[in-house]
Design a protein around this ligand. Structure first.
Ligand code: NDP
Length: 249
């Protein structure tokens, strides 16, 4: 595949991402608190998470091991791998969702999403990257790595707090408090957005931007739906709390 072809695929995929963002204003992805029947066969929630996320880990690992990447591209691949190792193999073991299921169609669509996004990024880093050592002293690296690491920490702390709202065998929902929950309903999703924003700034290429567009397309509507759900379920839900971006939205 030539670079021009890769870019064409990215632009088409960005257009599909924007269409998905619009669609998700009207349709709520039926997993987690939004799970409902009528979406076909279901599988275990934990197994669903592993299956959904493993392509993203394996594809980047494959391209990383099978190519001779510069140190900067290797650093990008390793950051991606660390994130997806956690999401695929650690996060599903930590969540307290015993007995919960998710529709297989969600798993299948996430596998498709991850195949394309990891495929585009992995292929670019394996075949077309031209980073030099000076990339490590560029402002894009400093800003991007700051966003990425800050986002990763925010995501980890927030997911940890959410998971531990339930005692081991509980299944219900509570109002999260403390940390960035003081400002927003979904700091875990805010952290994830910050991470991939930072990744796109560091990488400064079209596949990384494409992935950021898709992350926004998935997470902004999800945060809006989570926020509306909290307000509909808890009459004492803090009125000043925003959905995703502190003080703004
Ligand atoms: P949620 O915030 O909905 O859930 C995270 C975990 O905490 C789940 O196990 C959930 O249980 C539990 N939980 C959440 N809120 C409460 C509450 N109020 N009381 C009790 N338990 C609660 O996150 P998502 O499932 O949407 O996402 C999980 C992770 O995956 C996040 O870190 C997110 O950033 C990431 N993600 C990334 C995407 C991307 O495009 N890059 C797309 C989607 C998610 P339950 O499942 O039972 O609701």
């Amino acid at each position: 595949m030539t670079l021009a072809t890769l870019y064409t695929i990215c632009w088409i995929w960005i257009a599909v991402g924007v269409a998905t963002f619009i669609l998700l204003q009207f349709v709520t992805a039926p997993y987690g608190r939004h799970t409902k029947s009528g979406w076909g066969p279901q599988i275990s929630n934990k197994a669903g998470w592993v299956l959904m996320e493993v392509p993203s880990f394996l594809i980047i690992l494959y391209f990383y091991l099978s190519s001779d990447q510069s140190s900067f591209a290797s650093m990008l691949s390793i950051l991606w791998l660390v994130h997806y190792f956690n999401r695929t193999f650690i996060f599903p073991m930590r969540i307290r969702t015993k007995g919960k299921k998710m529709p297989f169609i969600i798993v299948a669509s996430a596998i498709f999403f991850n195949l394309i996004n990891a495929g585009l990024n992995g292929y670019y880093l394996a075949r077309f990257e031209t980073y030099s050592e000076t990339a490590f002293s560029d402002w894009k690296f400093y800003l991007g790595i700051t966003f990425f690491l800050t986002g990763f920490i925010i995501n980890q702390i927030s997911d940890h707090k959410l998971i531990h709202l339930r005692k081991p065998k509980e299944t219900g929902y509570k109002i999260p408090k403390g940390f960035l929950f003081k400002y927003v309903s979904c700091p875990n999703l805010f952290g994830e957005l910050l991470q991939w924003g930072g990744f796109a700034i560091m990488a400064w290429n079209l596949p990384a931007l494409t992935f950021l567009v898709w992350t926004c397309a998935n997470l902004i509507p999800r945060a809006t739906k989570h926020h509306q759900w909290y307000k509909s379920q808890f009459s004492d839900y803090p009125a000043e709390r925003k959905a995703l971006f502190p003080w703004l939205f």
